[in-house]
Ligand binder design. Structure first.
Ligand SMILES: [Zn+2]
Ligand SMILES: [Zn+2]
Ligand SMILES: [Zn+2]
Length: 107
């Protein structure tokens, strides 16, 4: 892992945050769990390794990390971006289908 960025936990995680479950070119985003405070490659990695439910984050909390450059975003910034605002790597739009696993509902 490069110095100066958070480590991404999970199963078979590569240098850019892909894992055994999500490993296409676009699957480079990691999410932080509020219970353990760690960044995880995906919710399935967390379910298999963490031993507790994923601690979903609220609005405005910087908890989404680009696995390529290490930029950490809040949910709104991530949702609005189709690619990383820092390094320009494209994000997988299908990740948003799982947003309820990582983020508390609005309101
Ligand atoms: Zn956790
Ligand atoms: Zn995974
Ligand atoms: Zn990036």
């Amino acid at each position: 892992m490069p110095v100066g960025r958070e480590q991404i936990r999970g199963i078979d995680v590569d240098a850019e945050g892909r894992c055994a479950h999500y490993h296409t070119e676009l699957d480079v985003v990691a999410n932080r769990c509020t219970l353990c405070g760690e960044f995880w490659a995906c919710h399935e990695c967390h379910a298999e390794l963490a031993g507790h439910p994923f601690g979903r984050v609220g609005e405005g909390v910087p908890a989404v990390m680009c696995g390529v450059c290490g930029l950490i975003m809040d949910h709104a910034t991530y949702v609005a971006a189709s690619c990383c605002p820092s390094c320009g790597h494209a994000f997988n739009p299908r990740c948003l289908l799982h947003a309820h696993k990582y983020f508390q509902p609005k309101g």
